[in-house]
Each structure stands twice: as C-alpha cells, then as structure tokens.
Design a binder for this molecule. Structure first.
Ligand SMILES: Cc1ncc(COP(=O)(O)O)c(C=O)c1O
Length: 378
C-alpha cells in the first residue's frame, strides 16, 4: 500500500529552529520583542502598510476589529454565510447581529450586487472574505461603504500577498485580519495579524491588544507608568511564535513559488477531466492575483463530491470539504437563518472539495493525487 497523502502538512522554511534558539538565548519570551518587531516591519515594508500588529490568531485580529469599531448590541455587520465561524463570532461577541450575504457562483466571494439590499440604518461594517485568496470586488464594496459611512474589515485569512487591481489584499479596508494557522501559506502553528490602514485606529489597537492598558506606550517611554485605559484582552503572541513566523516570512519567494507550482500543476492536469465531468475549477477574475492558498473542485452534485472523497480516501489521499453555511448553523438559525436564504452558499458547500495542498507536497505525490482523480468517473 502506498503512503498516505495528508490534506495539509505544515512546512519548515529552514531558519525556524535557529530563530527559536535566538529568541530563547535573548531571554525575552513574552510578546513585542525583536522578532515581533521584525515581522511587523516586514509587513509594513513589503506591503506598504501603515501598521501591522501580530496577534494570537485571525480570530483575535477580528475580535480586535470589532472592539476598535466600538460595536454595540443591535449593530449589524454584513458578512458572507460561506466563511469560517470567526468572521461572525468576533462581531457577535460584541452583541452585533450578523447579516448573511450570499456568494457569487464564480469566485465564491460575497456577491457585491446584493449589498445595497442588505443595508439598514444599523449597518456598521461589511466583512469581505477573500476566499482562497482571490480578491472580492473591492471597488464596488468600498464605494458602497464610503457612501453609507460603513467600515470595511477584510477577513484576509487566505489572502496574504494576493492583490486586487495591483493593490495588496489586506491594505484596502480600514482594518484587515490575517491568519498564520498551520493550514495557511505562512504559519507559526496558531497566529495572526491585524493590519491597520486608517491611522485613527492605531493607538487604541495597541491598547486593546495589551489587555486594555497603555503598556506599549510605556515601553516606548511615552508615559511613565502604565494602567487600565480601555477595553482589551491578551492578543499579542509570544516571541517564540514570532521567531517561527519570521523564518517563514523571510522565505516568502521560496514558499510562494512552491505553491504556485502546485496550484498550476493541478489546474493544468485536471482541466480536461473537469470539463468531461462537469466539475468546475477555481476562477480568478482579471483584476485579481491570488497567493496560491488552496485548490478546490466544485463537483456537479453532493453525491459526486462524497463519492470522490471516498474514492481518494480508499487510495490513502485525504481531501476535505469546506465551510458549512453559517446561516444554517445552530447559531445562524438563532439569528433567523433558514434554508434558501443564501442559495449559492448552500449549493457550493455541498459540492466543494479541497485537494491536498502544502508547501512540501512532492511532484510524485501530487501526480498520484491527479491520477487518482482522473480514474474517477462519478
Ligand atoms: C476566512 C477565515 N477567517 C478566519 C479564520 C480563523 O483563523 P484563525 O484560526 O487564525 O483564528 C479562518 C480559519 O481558517 C478562515 O478561513
């Protein structure tokens, strides 16, 4: 029997152990040390950002965004139903009500044509999720948000280094949340970052991240003692995580070129089979450059998808489905969600299948995945 091909395997870029040893030797293990500064500076320089704050997860970066926007019970936040729970939970924790928007059948991103219809006097934020790192139609989203004075928080968990009309994803909304969970292109196990693109949020963001204290100002010598000044929590990661992450960020070119090779191999070698079996491959519209985060197939039916997962599993290849629509979850139903509210999300959720995709996926293993798929005829 051939070896098992997992869906994901966190890869090492090379310098992780060395930087971890350096952080330990330096004797500063809590947050905001040398490696945290290096990671923030990397994002600020590479992406031309105002400010990047490392966080303990994308979930926490989203929670910080909800605190920064001072959301109150009864405020509404428009977000796709086809996303991870944290996109909603972060705002619901503040008492906000999630308003679920359906996705476009081509990119699986929120359908910007439905935004105006969902606006209300209580709408405070729109949260576009750049699914698979393919940018949402940000021109339309930002225009609507500006006209109605609504904040745009990008959930860019998948899209670091992706671009929309030449601009980096994560630099377009006033705030943007990122993930370094082990399934992402760049990882430290669990981690994240909040990008701040509107200077009005910079000072409070530091405070919220430091348990509601002005400790960051104290460390910079701007105040002579630190104290409780606002709401907050513990959102800053340890230096050990930052050291690990920096080793990955430094290898940006190498990691992205490995992932490009994997993505393009799947597309090239599955195109014909997909056409013959009425399966759709990922679509990347002209204004978007994507960061090769994932490769998915959209099967013609739930039965086809389930049979393909089983067919691959029998060959020791792990493929997985993705989000269950939030409006039909137990929590989503409490907010009034019911079948038929977001029909595209419901259909896509039943039919989507993600293929093994990780930095070290070897050419031989990937060829095995492709051959196994080509043997499947529904
Ligand atoms: C769109 C989206 N947002 C947020 C998250 C949460 O990320 P984290 O695990 O870093 O909190 C995920 C997780 O994969 C995600 O897919």
């Amino acid at each position: 029997m051939s070896h098992r091909i997992p869906f994901n395997k966190p890869g090492l870029a090379g310098n992780e152990s060395r930087y971890l040893a350096e952080a330990i030797a330096r004797g500063h293990l809590s947050g905001d040390g040398e490696f945290t500064r290096k990671c923030s500076a990397f994002f600020e320089q590479e992406l031309g950002l105002q400010k990047a704050l490392l966080t303990t997860s994308c979930t926490h970066a989203l929670e910080m965004a909800a605190l920064l926007l001072k959301l109150q019970p009864g405020d509404e936040v428009i977000l796709p139903s086809f996303t991870f729970v944290s996109t909603a939970n972060a705002f619901v924790l503040r008492g906000a009500r999630p308003v679920f928007i359906d996705i476009r059948p081509d990119t699986l991103n929120l359908d910007e044509q439905q935004l105006e219809r969902l606006l209300s006097p209580r709408t405070r934020a729109i949260v576009p999720v750049h699914y698979a790192g393919v940018g949402c139609e940000m021109d339309v989203i930002l225009d609507i948000a500006k006209r109605h004075d609504i904040a745009v928080v990008e959930d860019n968990a998948h899209g670091l280094f992706g671009k929309f009309r030449g601009k980096y994803l994560g630099t377009l909304g006033c705030l943007a949340a990122h993930s370094f969970h082990e399934t992402k292109n760049f990882t430290c196990g669990e981690g994240g970052a909040l990008f701040i693109n509107d200077a009005r949020y910079a000072e409070r963001a530091e405070i919220i991240r430091e348990k509601g204290t002005n400790r960051t100002q104290f460390f910079r010598g701007q105040v002579d003692k630190y104290t409780w000044v606002d709401l907050g929590s513990s959102y800053l990661p340890s230096e050990l995580l930052a050291a690990f992450l920096y080793a990955q960020l430094e290898a940006r070119e190498q990691i992205q070129s490995q992932r490009r090779r994997i993505w393009e191999y799947y597309r090239q070698h599955l195109a014909q089979w997909a056409e013959q079996h009425d399966v759709r491959l990922p679509f990347v519209p002209e204004p978007c450059e994507h960061p090769f985060h994932m490769f998915y197939l959209l099967a013609p039916s739930l039965e086809f998808r389930q049979a393909l997962i089983a067919h691959l599993k029998a060959r020791e290849i792990l493929s997985v489905f993705h989000y269950l629509p939030l409006h039909l979850s137990a929590m989503g139903k409490r907010f009034g969600g019911k079948p038929g509210d977001c029909p595209v999300s419901e259909r896509v959720s039943d039919r989507l299948l993600r293929l093994p995709f990780y930095n070290d996926l070897s050419g031989a293993d990937q060829a095995r995945v492709v051959e196994a798929i080509q043997e499947f005829h529904g």
